[in-house]
Design a binder for this molecule. Structure first.
Ligand code: ATP
Ligand code: MG
Length: 248
């Protein structure tokens, strides 16, 4: 598909006043953020800050109000499937791979809109295997028997099969040993260098800041600061931002 002129010049993502609630609880207070072409932007914050809620509201998985534009056009609301079809793809917290299915079947699910004998399907599969060679060797293995790091790779591979134009990730390094976490973060850096915009929610701030151009810091359901990696020299700098808003 050829992008329209509006798409080619517009920011990848523009969010204005996006909020979300669970019943009476306002888990996401109105937030503004943007993501420019080719950017990898991190979203950092302590437990319960609203990071997952932000991603879920963007996807339409949690009802939200506010304006979200993707490549210059409004993103469909409350329709996660339509959002994915537009090219905004989420790798959810906890990975969400299907344990009783094979690696290959999980990957195929990511590209459910494509015919399996199509050229585009094979091209996407080749790209996934080039990025994550371990998946190629384990195509017939049940996803449930993969290690935690391999399951995370599979979750990323499955998202890639959907043909993302923007990738959202919710704590992809969660529960992984530092070396595996670094490998996952390195994979995301590679994808971004290939031109894919990425919005990365992470608790491992130092790792995320190594590959991010900017970061939004969240606390108590709000974005409390926007920083560049060089503004955060130590974890104390982050804590200062978070805790100064804790009682608000
Ligand atoms: N389904 C739900 N129903 C009610 N409250 C929820 C629900 N999901 C999240 N919350 C609440 O919304 C707030 C934000 O949660 P959210 O999961 O977005 O935080 P988070 O920043 O992703 O935290 P973590 O780092 O622990 O994943 C929390 O107070 C949480 O308890
Ligand atoms: Mg979360």
């Amino acid at each position: 598909m050829t992008p329209s002129p509006a798409q080619s010049s517009a920011p990848v993502l523009t969010v204005r006043g996006l909020s979300a609630r669970y019943g009476n609880v306002l888990a996401l207070r109105p937030v503004d953020l943007h993501l420019e072409r080719g950017e990898l932007v991190a979203v950092l914050g302590p437990n319960g800050a609203g990071k997952s809620t932000l991603l879920r509201a963007l996807m339409g998985l949690t009802p939200g109000s506010g304006r979200v534009e993707f490549e210059g056009n409004p993103l469909p609301r409350n329709d996660p499937r339509a959002v994915t079809q537009r090219g905004v793809v989420l790798v959810p917290e906890g990975r969400g791979v299907f344990g009783p299915m094979t690696v290959r079947e999980n990957l195929e699910l990511g590209a459910y809109l494509l015919k399996r004998n199509s050229g585009e399907f094979s091209a996407r599969l080749d790209r996934v295997f080039a990025l994550l060679p371990r998946l190629r060797d384990r195509q017939t293995q049940l996803a449930g028997s993969l290690s935690g790091g391999e399951q995370q790779m599979l979750a990323i591979g499955r998202a890639m099969m959907a043909g993302p134009r923007l990738l959202l990730l919710d704590e992809p390094s969660l529960g992984l040993a530092p070396r595996l976490a670094a490998e996952i973060i390195g994979t995301l850096a590679t994808l971004n260098q290939q031109g894919l915009p990425v919005l990365l929610v992470e608790q491992r701030a130092p790792m995320a800041l190594k590959i991010a151009r900017r970061a939004y810091l969240m606390a108590v359901g709000r974005i409390v600061a926007e920083v560049t990696p060089d503004e955060i020299a130590s974890p104390h700098d982050l804590a200062r931002y978070y805790f100064s808003h804790e009682s608000v």
